[in-house]
Design a protein around this ligand. Structure first.
Ligand code: CA
Length: 254
């Protein structure tokens, strides 16, 4: 593995022995590790450095892993693995509901963690799910990397949640998403009045897109279920700039 595609990992864990051991394993695998011993340090590091993946302990001093996760999810869809101790959560699913992509219950083997890290990075960078740089539907352009949505060359100025909502829907046109699914995918954590929350994000999104719910061009309400994206006047060969899925070989490496 070449140093040009070294992945940077933010490792948040307050127990020094675990932190040091995990960091050592990750570094041996060629990852670049930034350790953080509490939630505040994690958020500071996240705000000031680029990362490719976050490993986040749930129970942390100063700022809890739950809050850190929600905070990160407000700004980013970076791959995130949650670490929980047995019994900390009555249901491990809770970790995923907070917006984590994966979770590990302590004690875990370092090998298991490495496997999860690899799998998650592979999924994001080469995509079992198609991870496209840009989604283009007629005059609607969603630039995933730049976090920008343009309609007829005009920046829609979407909030992070609106952007995530729109790209989630637009990645699979025609697929119906329930409100619950959208809560999980888009909002990650916020369960209070979740239906209303999704509805109000959709409402704002429609306003910015100029999309009339009674005669939609993009977002359809599926009554009793949720929403789907279905672009109406997209050109026949709606261009999709996809990352070639077979780009596993040396990307920039020699
Ligand atoms: Ca802890």
């Amino acid at each position: 593995m070449s140093t040009t595609d070294t992945r940077r990992i933010l490792l948040v864990e307050d127990e020094k022995t675990i932190r040091d051991a995990v960091a050592a394993y990750l570094e041996r695998e060629g990852y670049w590790v930034t350790p953080a011993a509490d939630g505040r340090a994690a958020l500071d590091a996240f705000a000031t450095h680029p990362f490719d993946l976050v490993i986040l302990d749930l129970m942390l001093p100063k700022v809890s892993g739950e809050v850190v996760c929600r905070e990160i999810r407000n700004h980013s869809d970076i791959p995130l693995i949650m670490l929980t101790a047995k019994g900390e959560l009555d249901d491990r699913i809770v970790g995923l509901e907070m917006g984590a992509d994966d979770y590990l219950i302590k004690p875990f083997s370092p090998r298991e963690l490495i496997a999860r890290v690899r799998a998650l990075l592979r999924r994001v960078h080469t995509g079992d799910e198609p991870q496209r740089d840009r989604l283009i539907y007629g005059d609607l352009v969603l630039d995933i990397t730049a976090h920008q949505a343009l309609l007829a060359d005009k920046d829609l100025d979407l909030t992070a949640s609106e952007f995530k909502l729109l790209t989630t829907l637009a990645r699979y046109p025609g697929r119906v998403y329930s409100r619950m699914e959208l809560v999980e995918k888009v909002l990650g954590y916020d369960f209070e009045g979740y239906e209303r929350t999704v509805d109000s994000h959709v409402k704002n999104l429609r306003a910015k897109l100029g999309d009339d719910p009674r005669n939609p061009r993009f977002i359809y309400t599926v009554h009793g279920v949720g929403y789907r994206f279905e672009p109406q006047d997209a050109p026949e060969e709606a261009a999709e700039v996809a990352q070639p899925s077979k780009s596993k070989k040396s990307r920039g490496a020699k």
